[in-house]
Ligand binder design. Sequence first.
Ligand code: DHB
Length: 318
Amino acid sequence: MSLPEVDLSTQIAELLLPNPVMTASGCAASGRELSQFFDVADLGAVVTKSIMLDPRAGRPTPRMAETPSGMLNSIGLQGPGIDRFLASDLPWLVQQRARAVVSIAGSTLGDYAELARRVGNSPGVAAVEANISCPNVENRGQVFACEPYQAAKVVSVVRRELPRGVPVLAKLSPDVTSIVDVAESVVDAGADGLVLINTLLGLAIDPDTLRPKLGGVTGGLSGPAIRPVAVRCVWQVHAAFPDVPIVGVGGIRTGYDALEFLLAGASAVQVGTVIFNDPSAPVRILAELREELARRGFAGVGDAVGWAHRPVEQLATR
Ligand code: DHB
């Protein structure tokens, strides 16, 4: 029996997307290498690797280590810098007709302001993702998202520099006592949406070499190991601020996993670590999600968002 049609379109603030599946920042550079596997315009959006003002070599190798159901990485925000990004990577995405969500990362408020100004003045930018939660910075004091006041300051300068029609999405860290407090602070500062969650700070030691596995010692933990943490964060923030658009990310491998995030309160999802072993995963996950929604009788993505928060009596009468 053929399944009913599902309206996959979704909205994150003013940003209208044809479907809710995006790449996660850092897992496919600016999308170019994915284009040998699928048309990047088929995704809801492509989120680029966080860009900084200057070119950056990143942290010492090794930069990746496998962990149970997960991956630790310590790249150190390696990248070409904003000049090359705007001259080459962004125009390529625009030419593909992909919706480009540009992730920016800085060490200071001034960095974020300049990045936002330059990205905001470039044609074809669908939204800016403010990466205020990279775990691989020189000191933990630089993880803006670990402190509600600092997080808000970054978001407010980014918001101020961007044109009205370009939403700013704040990507938060789960490594905090209360993600709801950080969410409230950045929303008050002008965040149009939230991306939940960035990687968790982790460390793995090789008992044979007796040393940390990563050159950078600590790294960001991603993959299915963190999915319950991510779903919990989406749940808590959606419960506190049901009108704030959330993009859910953390260990999504299938459409079934993606549905879990929608039910918790996410209006869109990002797919990251799975891309390393299955580069066409984003389009597969989109097809699977369509089927999971249809099978459950959801007419559209919007009908599933936050569904799991409904009281049990309503579930029984559905
Ligand atoms: C890096 C940045 C991140 O935001 C993250 O979650 C993991 C790694 C990095 O470039 O090192």
